[in-house]
Design a protein around this ligand. Structure first.
Ligand code: BES
Ligand code: MN
Length: 461
């Protein structure tokens, strides 16, 4: 193990250069024009895998390719098998004018590497790959079989990965999945994430008159669709931040006393948090702490709201239509389909008869929860502690990685989430960055993780 750790130290600056090369690909999965960049990026990470001796393949899909790389068969035998999941696609970098340097020209400042995708998720899974490189190159025993699955469609809902898992079930059957695509509460505070929120998307459209009307000539004699939509959406939440939709909370699994104690130990300062977000004051569901609100309570969010004239100056009209893009964040054990139905039923009932309502449902993802006290979780916590030199915390996260429930459903495997992103890494925002100390700690974590997980598996069976 020492040789591998030494190798990591000696090669640190090359690894940083390689992460820069990786970030240089504008692998934006949402935009068709980047298709060739997606292909090139997949080839780049595949060649990284191949160079360290992994059996590597690029699988084409209806969308973007999936890279699969396994330790050679001599490691397979009867050893435990773990999957490492990551994604090489990134969110669109817009709005570009808010970036201090171009998103795909990586720049190092202090201990931060700036660039779109640096932390979400290129740097995080590259750390895992470098840990394996260190072990293989130094002849350090890898007590398990490993398969990297690196996809290119996470940021657009992993449209083709579940099908791939099903088609390759026997090759991918494993004892557990490891994902580093979540966060840490603060620098130097490693975390094991044992729950994620789910998500469900709905588009709401309200239509009134058959064209935009003069608001002086007609205003007052018919409903304004923008007003109707605002009132409809506003009726969803009460002043205490509770969602008023009947049945919305029915399946919510309450936090245990143990969980609430864990969450209460996390650092939080309301004043600093409000300043960090740039809001004049905080708001959230009454009766819950901010950590609980962000990670363990469901929400109804308006992501986009459009109606009427948006150009320069004013225009006196009653708009013909108004639309809203909504996503719900869901928690264990809410079911996206059931909750979507409840929300749609409510909106239909509450919408005034003076306008027409159209609802379009979109992508969804199940919430995820596994036991933070399982032998595998305990082993992962020990590896985190050794790598970071600090006791890790247990975390729920508010974001979603819908494929994680497919790992359970299709492969029967739990997922250990060992995130390396910091709260100010700006995932999905301008000036995304990755902390180079976390990059290094993530590599050390890999070296300690595989022996610990393999041992936990053998002591169970
Ligand atoms: N890495 C994030 C998810 C995440 C972030 C989990 C922080 C926990 C903490 C992932 O890339 C992401 O952004 N997922 C989307 C999924 C959606 C498009 C279905 C999300 O959460 O919005
Ligand atoms: Mn991600």
């Amino acid at each position: 193990m020492n040789a591998a750790l030494e190798y990591l130290k000696t090669n640190q600056s090359r690894f940083i250069d390689e992460l820069c090369d990786y970030v240089r690909f504008p692998s934006v999965s949402a935009q068709q024009e980047h298709r060739p960049d997606m292909e090139a990026c997949a080839r780049w990470i595949a060649s990284q895998c191949e160079n360290i001796g992994l059996d590597t393949a690029i699988h084409q899909t209806k969308g973007h390719p999936i890279v699969v790389a396994s330790t050679p068969a001599k490691h397979a035998n009867s050893k435990p098998h773990f999957l490492v999941y990551g994604h090489y696609d990134v969110q669109p970098p817009d709005p570009l004018d808010l970036w201090r340097t171009p998103p795909f020209e990586p720049r190092i400042q202090g201990r931060s590497l700036f660039g779109r995708g640096a932390s979400d998720n290129k740097g995080q899974h590259l750390a895992h790959l470098k840990a394996v490189e260190a072990m293989l190159r130094t002849g350090t025993e890898l007590p398990c079989h490993l398969t990297f699955v690196i996809e290119g469609e996470e940021e657009v809902g992993s449209r083709n990965l579940a099908e791939f898992l099903t088609a390759n079930k026997s090759q991918l059957r494993c004892n557990a999945v490891v994902v580093s695509d979540t966060g840490m509460p603060a620098p130097g505070m490693p975390a094991l994430t044992y729950a994620l929120r789910g998500v469900a998307a709905i588009e709401v459209k309200v239509t009134g008159p058959n064209r935009d009307l003069h608001s002086g000539i007609f205003g007052g004699s018919l409903e304004n669709p923008a007003m109707a939509l605002c009132q409809l959406l506003a009726s969803v939440r009460d002043k205490n931040g509770r969602i008023r939709i009947p049945g919305f909370y029915d399946d919510v699994k309450a936090l245990t006393a143990f969980e609430r104690r864990q969450l209460a130990r996390l650092p939080f300062n309301a004043r600093e948090y409000a300043r960090f977000l740039g809001v004049p004051a905080l708001f959230g569901e009454k009766g819950y702490t901010a950590w609980e609100q962000r990670t363990a309570r469901p929400t109804f969010e308006i992501n986009g709201l459009t109606s009427g004239y948006q150009g320069e100056g004013s225009k006196t009209i009653i708009p013909s239509t108004a639309t809203a893009k909504i996503t719900l964040r869901l928690v264990p054990n809410q079911d996206p389909e059931r909750v979507t139905r409840l929300v749609c039923d409510y909106l239909k009932k509450a919408c005034p008869k003076t306008v027409r309502l159209e609802l379009k449902t979109g992508h969804g993802g199940q919430p995820y929860l596994f036991s933070p006290t399982s032998p595998l979780a305990t082993a992962a916590l020990a590896a985190l502690e050794t790598a970071f030199g600090k006791k890790p915390v247990l975390l729920r996260e508010g974001g979603s990685i819908p494929i994680v429930t497919d790992f359970k459903r299709i492969l029967g495997a739990d997922t250990l989430m060992l995130g390396l992103a910091l709260p100010d890494d700006n995932a999905h925002s301008p000036n995304e960055k990755f902390d180079l100390d976390n990059f290094a700690a993530g590599m050390r974590m890999g070296v300690h993780l595989w022996p610990a997980l393999a041992k936990a598996c053998s002591s169970v069976s």
